[in-house]
Design a protein around this ligand. Sequence first.
Ligand SMILES: [Ca+2]
Ligand SMILES: [Ca+2]
Length: 86
Amino acid sequence: MKRLKIALILLLVPVFMFTAVAVFAGGETPQEVFYSLDVNHDGRIIKEELVIIYPDKTVLETRFIEFDKNGNGYIEIDEFVVYYKK
Ligand SMILES: [Ca+2]
Ligand SMILES: [Ca+2]
């Protein structure tokens, strides 16, 4: 159990740092947008979390496929950043 806690903390620290950097940098960084979309804060975006920016179901489906490069059904931060920079 203790190991699991440490692993969890190690995972969470970069997430907090990312968020802090985004906040201090000001403006809309891809990371900032990603974390504001990640409503349940699990570090990935599911289709339902994208509804906020793509209310149209057809657009949502298309965009989601474009984002989800490895096709695992989640948009990970690196997939999001890559897409956002285009
Ligand atoms: Ca999420
Ligand atoms: Ca993915």
